[in-house]
Design a protein around this ligand. Structure first.
Ligand SMILES: Cc1cc2nc3c(=O)[nH]c(=O)nc-3n(C[C@H](O)[C@H](O)[C@H](O)COP(=O)(O)OP(=O)(O)OC[C@H]3O[C@@H](n4cnc5c(N)ncnc54)[C@H](O)[C@@H]3O)c2cc1C
Length: 453
C-alpha cells in the first residue's frame, strides 16, 4: 500500500493527509460507532476533478472510500473503514444564489446554515432545517435526505433537490437535473442519489430550490400531564391545520435540558409541545387559537403563546439542545423511528413500555407532527449488563415501529447502526433490488462498504 499511497499523494498533493492524528480525527461521526476503523488517508479535494482522481485511484487499488460531510451523522454512515480512505468534502463549500431561477448552486461541503444565510440575503429561504443545521453539510443532508423541524409543513431535503453532480464509483462525473422546476425526462435517477448514504456516488454539486422567505411566526408551548395527552393533541391539530412546527419532548427530555442549561421549562410536566404557525396576516393568530383550543381540550395544564420571535426561538432552542443535553447523562443509543401519524400515540406508549421492560432510561424528543420520534437510550457503557439491555431495547424499538407500519429511520439514515434491521422493514425482494442497484453502480464495492446494505 505504501507505493499506492505515494501515488495518491503525487496526484493530489496536500489534499491528502496520512498522519495518524488526522486519520483519527476523521474516524467517527457523531454516533461514535464502535465498529469504525482507522483510515489510511484523508483526502480533502477542492473540486470535482480531484474527487474523480481519488475515486479512480481507489478503484484501481480496490481501496474502500467513505464520503464525509461534516461528520454530524447519527447512524455511523461516515464511520471510517479500516484500510480505506475518507473523502471529506469540507473544502468544497461555495454557494451561489440565482435569484431569477430561485435556486442555490452549492458545493457539498457548504453548511446548511450558510445556504440559509446566503438565500436570506435575497429574501429567499432554503427550508430543510435539521436541528444540527449549524454543524452539518448540504452533501450530508442530501445523502441522508435530512429532515428537521419545519418539515411538517415544508417537506424534507429531497423536496428541494433539483439537480446534482455526482462522481460515480468508477470516477465518471454525471450531471442530473438542473435549474428546472419540472423535468421528467428519463428515469428518476436524481432521487436515487438522495438518501443513498454515500453508497452510490459522491455528490460534488447540488442545485437547491429556494422559496420566498418565511413570514413571521407565532409560537405555542403547551405542557401536558402525560405524553399520551400530548400525542393525542398532535393528531387533533394535524387533522385541522398544517402547523409550521410541531415538536414534542417528554418529561425526561425536559429535565435533561433543564439540567444541562436552565431554561425555565416545567420539570413536572409529562410532556411539552412546541408548535408554530407562519400563516400570513391574521391567519397566523387564527391558527394559534385553534391549536390552543385543541391543547386545552386535550388536557394541557398550561398553554403559553408568543408572537415575539426571540421568545419563541428560546423554546425552539430548548428542543434543539436536547441531544447534547441527553448525551451529557451517559452513553446513548439514538433512535430515529417513525410511524404513520395516527399511530404516534401507540409508538410512544410502546417505547415507554420497553423502557420499563429493559429498565433503561429512554427520554423522547420527536418531530411529532410527522410521526418521527427520537427515543434516546441512556446507559452506562462501563456496565456490560446495562449495555446489553440498551441494545435489546434499541432493536425492539425498531421492530415496534415496523409493526405499526412505520420505519426504522425517519431522517438519520440506516448507515451502519441500523443495517441489521433493514431487511425486516424492506423484505427480501426490495433488499435484492437494492443490492442489484448497488452492484450495477459499484461492482467493486468500494464506496462506503458496510453502510446500508
Ligand atoms: C445535535 C444534532 C441534531 C441533529 N438533528 C437532526 C435533525 O433534526 N434532522 C436530521 O435529519 N438529522 C439530524 N442530525 C443528524 C445529522 O446532522 C444529519 O444526518 C446530517 O444530514 C449529516 O450531515 P453531515 O454533513 O454531518 O454528514 P456526515 O455525517 O459527514 O455524513 C452523513 C452521510 O452522508 C454521506 N455523505 C456526506 N457527504 C456526502 C457527499 N458529498 N456525497 C455522498 N455522500 C455523502 C456520508 O457517507 C454518510 O453516509 C442531527 C445531528 C446532531 C449531532
Amino acid at each position: 500500500m505504501g507505493t499506492a499511497l505515494e501515488q495518491l499523494v503525487a496526484t493530489l498533493g496536500d489534499a491528502v493527509r496520512t498522519d495518524p492524528v488526522t486519520c483519527e480525527n476523521y474516524r467517527f461521526d457523531w454516533s461514535r460507532d464502535p465498529t469504525a476503523g482507522i483510515p489510511i488517508a484523508v483526502v480533502r479535494p477542492s473540486n470535482a476533478a480531484e474527487v474523480q482522481a481519488a475515486i479512480r485511484w481507489a478503484a484501481e487499488h480496490r481501496v474502500p472510500v467513505v464520503p464525509r460531510g461534516a461528520g454530524s451523522g447519527l447512524s455511523g454512515g461516515s464511520s471510517a473503514v479500516a484500510g480505506g480512505i475518507v473523502v471529506s468534502l469540507e473544502r468544497m463549500c461555495s454557494i451561489e444564489i440565482d435569484v431569477a431561477a430561485r435556486v442555490a448552486v452549492v458545493e457539498p461541503g457548504a453548511f446548511n446554515a450558510d445556504v440559509k444565510a446566503a438565500a436570506a440575503e435575497h429574501g429567499l429561504w432554503y427550508p430543510p432545517d435539521p436541528s444540527s443545521y449549524e454543524i452539518c453539510s448540504i452533501g450530508g443532508n442530501i445523502a441522508t435526505n435530512a429532515g428537521g423541524l419545519c418539515c411538517v409543513k415544508y417537506g424534507v431535503t429531497t423536496d428541494y433537490v433539483l439537480g446534482l453532480d455526482v462522481v460515480l464509483p468508477d470516477g465518471t462525473l454525471i450531471t442530473l437535473g438542473g435549474k428546472r422546476i419540472k423535468d421528467v425526462a428519463g428515469l428518476s435517477l436524481l432521487k436515487l442519489f438522495v438518501g443513498s448514504g454515500g453508497t452510490l456516488g459522491i455528490i460534488t454539486r447540488a442545485i437547491l430550490r429556494l422559496i420566498p422567505a418565511q413570514g413571521p411566526r407565532s409560537t405555542l408551548v403547551a405542557y401536558f400531564p402525560t405524553v399520551q395527552a400530548a400525542a393525542d393533541t398532535v393528531l387533533t391539530i394535524g387533522g385541522t391545520l398544517r402547523a409550521s412546527m410541531m415538536e414534542l419532548m417528554d418529561q425526561t427530555a425536559i429535565n435533561a435540558v433543564e439540567d444541562y442549561r436552565s431554561m425555565g421549562l416545567d420539570r413536572s410536566a409529562g410532556a411539552m409541545l412546541i408548535a408554530q404557525s407562519d400563516a400570513p396576516g391574521a391567519a397566523c393568530a387564527a391558527e394559534i387559537e385553534v391549536m390552543e383550543a385543541a391543547c386545552t381540550t386535550g388536557g394541557a395544564k398550561e398553554v403559553f403563546i408568543t408572537s415575539d420571535p426571540e421568545e419563541g426561538e428560546l423554546f425552539v432552542a430548548a428542543r434543539r439542545v436536547a441531544f447534547p443535553a441527553i448525551e451529557a447523562r451517559g452513553s446513548i443509543l439514538l433512535e430515529d423511528v417513525g410511524a404513520p401519524v395516527p399511530q404516534l400515540p401507540q409508538l410512544l406508549s410502546g417505547i415507554a413500555a420497553l423502557a420499563e421492560r429493559y429498565a433503561v432510561e429512554i427520554p423522547v424528543v420527536a418531530h411529532a407532527g410527522d410521526g418521527n420520534t427520537h427515543p434516546i437510550i441512556v446507559f452506562d457503557r462501563g456496565d456490560p449488563e446495562a449495555r446489553e439491555r440498551a441494545y435489546l431495547a434499541f432493536n425492539e424499538i425498531m421492530h415496534l415501529a415496523i409493526q405499526l407500519g412505520g420505519t426504522i429511520t425517519g431522517e438519520h439514515g440506516v448507515g451502519r447502526a441500523k443495517k441489521a434491521a433493514l431487511p425486516d422493514q424492506l423484505g427480501p425482494e426490495v433488499m435484492a433490488l437494492s443490492q442489484k442497484i448497488k452492484n450495477a453502480l459499484d461492482p467493486l464495492g468500494i464506496l462506503n462498504p458496510g453502510a446500508i446494505l
